[in-house]
Ligand binder design. Sequence first.
Ligand code: FAD
Length: 433
Amino acid sequence: IGERFDAIVVGAGPSGNAAAYTMAKEGLKVLQLERGEYPGSKNVQGAILYADALEKIIPDFREDAPLERHVIEQRLWTMDDTSYVGMHYRSEDFNEEKPNRYTIIRAQFDKWFSGKVREAGAVLLCETTVTELLRDTQGRVIGVRTDRDGGTAFADVVILGEGVNGLVGQRSGLRPELKPDSVALAVKEMHFLPREVIESRFNLKGNEGVVIEAMGTITDGMTGTAFLYTNQESISVGIGCIVSDLVDSDRTPYGLLEAFKRHPSVRPLLENSECKEYAAHLIPEGGFNAMPDLYGDGWIVVGDAGQFVNAVHREGSNLAMTTGRIAGETVVWLKRRREELSKANLAEYQRRLEDTFVMKDLKKYRKIPAFLHNNKHVFGLYPKLISAAAQTWFRVDGVDKRTKEKQIFKALRQGRTLPGLIGDAVKLARSWR
Ligand code: FAD
C-alpha cells in the first residue's frame, strides 16, 4: 500500500463507512480496509435501520438505499412456554413521507453504503485484514500493518471501526479483552415466504413492516432477548444471550432459536417458510461501564469496537453511524485548523459525543447490565407470573373478579415475597434513572 493518507479506517460496517464517508466528502485522503470479500459479507444484524442517524450523513438515502419495509408496528412480548403477553403499538403516523425505521438486509445495505463512500473519494481495499497498529518512537499511532505482502499504510489518524471483537485494538494494547458478561452471542435465520403471505400474516400492505422483540422463558433464565422482523420476502428471526450465562448453561444458542421458532405463538408466523441463511455474531452489551478508552495519540474507536450499543432499546447501527460521523467530523475539524491529531486534541471526539443521544442514553442505562445480571427473575419468574395473571384475569369460569384479583396477588406473592417484589421494583427504578 505504501502511501500516506490523512486517515485510515479499519472496517466497512456502519461505523467505518460513516467515518470514511464524512472525511472523504470533505476532501480528506482516506484509506478504508475491510477483511471481508466485500463490505457486509462478514456482518450480521437483525436488522432495523434507524433513519435519523443515516439521514444526518446521507440526507437523501431513501432514493436508492436497499430498504425492505418501513416499520409501522412494534410488538413487545413477554413470553412463557405457551403464551405471550404483548404490548403492540401500531400507527398510521409511521406511514409518513420519510419513515423513521426500516428493516434492511445488511449484506445489501453495507454494499450500498460502501458505494457512497467510494463515490465520495475514499479508497477501499477488501480482503485486507489489519493485523496491528504501527507506532513511532513516542508510541503515537502512525499507521497499520495488514496481511497483504508488504502491506503497511501510514496516516495521521487510524479510526478503528473493526466491530465487537476489537482485535486490533486489543493486540495493540489500547483496550482490554472482551469480558464474557459484557457481550451477547446472537444467532439469526432468514426464512423466506412470498410477500403476500407475509402481508396477510402480519396485516400489512405495500412496504409496511412489523417488528417483534421478545423476552421471557425463551432464554431459559439467561439474560437475553429474541426478535422477529418482517422483510419484503423474508422474515429474520433470532435470539441472543449473554455469553457468561451461556457458558454456565447446557443450552446452545441454536437450540434456543429452535425452541423459539417452535413456540406456539411464533410457529404459525413462520409456517411453510424456507430457511436459507444462518448466522451467528456477538453484540457488545456491557454498556457505558464496559466502554474502553475511545481515543489516544493518532487513534479513535467507533461503533461496536467502543461498546456503543444500547441493548435496552435494541439500537446499535445508529450508534455506530453516529460515532463514525462524529469521529470523521472531529478529524476534519482538526485538519482544517492544522492541529495535530494528538490525544489531547482528539479528546474533542468524546466532548462532541457527550452532547449526543449516544452518551446520554448509555449513561442513563449504565446500571442496567448489572441489574439484569443480578436479577434473573426478569427472564424466568416474572414472565411466568405475568402470563399466569393474564390467564386468571381473562378466563371466564364463574369465579368473581374480586376473588380473581386475590388469586393473582397470592400467586405473585408465592412466586416472590412482597419485600422481594418491592426490592426488584426499587432496583429497576434506580437502574433506569
Ligand atoms: P460491524 O458492523 O461489525 O463492522 C465491522 C467491520 O470491520 C466488519 O465489516 C469486519 O469485517 C471489519 N473488520 C473487523 N476486523 C477487521 C480487521 N482487523 N481488518 C479489516 N477489517 C476488519 N443494531 C441495530 O441498530 N438494529 C438492529 O436491529 C440490530 N440487530 C442486531 C441483531 C444481531 C443478531 C446482531 C449481532 C447485532 C444487531 N445490531 C442491531 C447491532 C449492529 O449490528 C451493530 O451495532 C453494528 O453492526 C455495529 O457496526 P460497526 O461498524 O461498529 O461493526
